[in-house]
Structure formats: C-alpha cells, structure tokens
Design a protein around this ligand. Structure first.
Ligand code: DX5
Ligand code: ZN
Length: 217
C-alpha cells in the first residue's frame, strides 16, 4: 500500500486547520507529525497541545514521528492526544525493545526510525516487532534539506530483508522527497512517502494531486 504522508512541519501554522482540510479533501489518508525536543535534534517543533487540537477536526491517520530523547516517557501522552502510530528513533532509546512494547501496549502502531548514519543491521533483529521502519533520508531536525543519496541502498537492503522474511512491515522515507527522489525511493522499495516542503509550497491541492498521480502511476 502506497501512501503520501504530508509533514505538517512545513505548514503555515497560522492556517494549520485549513491546510489539513485541503489535504483531507484531496484524499490524503496519513498525516506525518514531527515532534522535536531540542535535545535529540537541535530544533524544537511542537507537542501534545497542537496534536490534540487538530485531532478534534481530522479523521486522518496520525503518524507521529518522535525526534525525542527517551520517548518512552511520553508514549501514553501522545496516544491520549490522538496518535494512531508512534515512531521512535533507535538512537534515542536506551531500551528500544521495551519502548516498542510500550507503544503496542498503548494500542497504537509502532515504528522504528534510523538516521542516515545508522546501519539497517542495528535494527534488523526487530523487524518482526514493528509495523514500520522509517529510513531518514536527511539528518533529522529540519524540513527542506537535500536527499542523501547513500540512503537509497539502505532502503533496498531493508526491502530485501522484509521480503525475505515474509514480513508485513512498511518502509517509510522522510527527508528531501521531491519529483526525482520519489522515483528513486519507490524503486528501492519504500511505500510510505513523507513530504513537507514539496506539499506545502504554494498550491497545496495541486501539489497533492501531482504527487498522488506519480505514486499511483
Ligand atoms: C525532518 C522531518 C521531516 C521533514 C521533511 O526532521 O522528520 O518530516 O518535515 O521535510 P522535507 O520534505 O521538506 O524534507
Ligand atoms: Zn518526520
């Protein structure tokens, strides 16, 4: 199943509700929500109150990407404010197995994310335990960066492992996704595509239509 997952990090926060409505009207099912703590990554984005507030108006699947040190401390909070899936960074957790368990115990889907320099090998033993692996294709922390080419091989490696083991695990990519890199990551085996600046720059509805066409071609 292919999905476009617009990242609201690139939205105009003064018009957030309105812009999410546009996505919904265009048939977008997933919303990618980037939470940054100023510790795991240098930047700070937003947290629970924003998610709680958009949850009231939106029926989309809330895909929460936690760029947070020791995210296990906040799992229940994010579920309470409306997350449908929570992705944590392998590099941010002292006990990754336990953190994934906490997410599933809270009743939502669980993902593991790896930074560009983290090898697939570091998390390959956990593929059976997760619903999704998020391969970061830029350094986490900011929207609008350039896709790191070396990450393509990691997507391929992961796809081979998942298929070889006959698992039902999604591969999400995040960072620098545009017209050109979308083709690259699709070919490499990713099926969930996060896009921030590509979606929210200028005409959102038009961008979404253009991207959906490319995904379903
Ligand atoms: C970066 C975030 C991304 C970001 C992507 O740390 O995880 O989701 O919003 O932005 P673009 O698509 O502009 O690279
Ligand atoms: Zn993200």
């Amino acid at each position: 199943m292919y999905q476009l997952c617009p990242s609201i990090l690139s939205a105009d926060f003064n018009r957030l509700g309105e812009q999410i409505k546009i996505l919904e009207n265009e048939g977008v099912k997933w919303l990618h929500i980037d939470v940054m703590d100023g510790d795991f990554v240098p930047s700070i984005s937003f947290g629970m109150p924003v998610i709680k507030s958009i949850r009231k108006e939106s029926g989309m699947f809330f895909d929460v990407h936690l760029m947070v040190t020791e995210p296990g401390r906040y799992i229940q909070d994010f579920v309470d404010c409306g997350a449908d899936s929570i992705t944590v960074h392998a590099e941010a957790c002292e006990d990754l197995e336990r953190t994934i368990e906490l997410i599933h115990d809270a009743g939502v889907k669980a993902g593991i994310s790896i930074k560009p320099a983290t090898p697939v090998n570091d998390i390959s033993h956990m593929l059976e335990d997760v619903d999704m692996v998020l391969v970061m294709t830029v350094q986490p922390g900011f929207g609008g960066q350039k896709y790191i080419d070396e990450c393509t091989e990691k997507i391929q490696e992961l796809r081979e492992l998942i298929d070889h083991e006959g698992l039902d695990v999604d591969i999400q990519v995040d960072g620098g996704i545009n017209e050109d890199t979308l083709v690259t990551v699709m070919k490499a085996g990713a099926n969930l595509f996060v896009a921030g600046s590509w979606v929210f720059k200028d005409d959102i509805a038009k961008n979404v239509r253009n991207i959906q066409n490319k995904i379903h071609e």
